[in-house]
Design a protein around this ligand. Structure first.
Ligand code: OGA
Ligand code: MN
Length: 223
């Protein structure tokens, strides 16, 4: 049984504030931020236990695009996902932590981040996500991508790295090992990225901070 995670048992917000400050600085300097071993340890382990306890039937094959445009395309990605709604204690603690990050980034970077959506992702052996962008210029709703990894051990031979490219011409990119505690943030419109085929079960959370694109004619709430 998982114990409830209280906000008081989360690490002092000093530690998180230091991390958020580093992320804000990186984002304004270079547009991305890669931080190994920084996810609050209790939060990471609660999320991992939750994802491992969840029934396989809570996961759906991941699609491309949102809502009506959602398409399954196994050529592009083959992972499975489960949206985080905050019904579980682990999900609640995650949404609290990401909200603290949102408030901090809005205060320091004036991004006007308005909402957050996120899902667990499970890549089974052989699963991948081909090179893609999380948002397209003009649509301008997903502003910042946040990815955290939940795998306590991960070796070179396990594959499954995130590769972050600096622009559409970059072919080499920066490889990120999907090891427990690593927190990656980048500008959703600016950094193409891919997930190399994983050689064993790989768990991560991908999330997006969004600006409000609702108008009187079209309501566009978070997923
Ligand atoms: C995504 C994504 C990266 C990862 O879900 O859009 O790029 O490393 N995930 O899981
Ligand atoms: Mn992506």
């Amino acid at each position: 049984m998982l114990e409830a995670i209280e906000i008081s048992s989360m690490p002092s917000s000093d530690a998180s504030d230091q991390l958020f400050a580093r992320i804000a600085e990186d984002i304004s300097n270079k547009g991305y931020s890669i931080n190994p071993s920084v996810l609050p340890v209790e939060l990471g382990s609660a999320l991992l236990h939750h994802v491992l306890d969840m029934n396989e039937d809570k996961f759906d094959p991941a699609g491309i695009g949102r809502d009506q445009q959602l398409m399954l395309n196994e050529f592009v990605r083959s992972d499975e996902i489960c949206w985080i709604t905050g019904e579980s204690d682990a999900g609640k603690a995650w949404l609290q932590w990401t909200n603290q990050m949102q408030v901090y980034l809005n205060r320091t970077l004036f991004l006007g981040l308005f909402s957050f959506e996120s899902h667990f992702a499970h890549y089974a052996r052989g699963d991948y996500y081909k090179r893609h962008l999380d948002a397209f210029k003009g649509e301008a709703n997903r502003v910042l991508t946040l990815v955290v990894y939940l795998n306590p051990e991960w070796g070179i031979e396990d594959g499954g790295e995130l590769v972050l490219f600096s622009d559409e011409h970059d072919q080499s990119g920066i490889k990120v090992t999907p090891l427990m505690g690593t927190v990656v943030v980048f500008l959703s419109e600016d950094f193409p990225h891919e997930v190399l085929a994983a050689n064993r079960d790989r768990y991560s959370i991908a999330g997006w901070f969004r600006v409000n694109t609702s108008t009187a004619e079209r309501v566009d709430p978070p997923a």
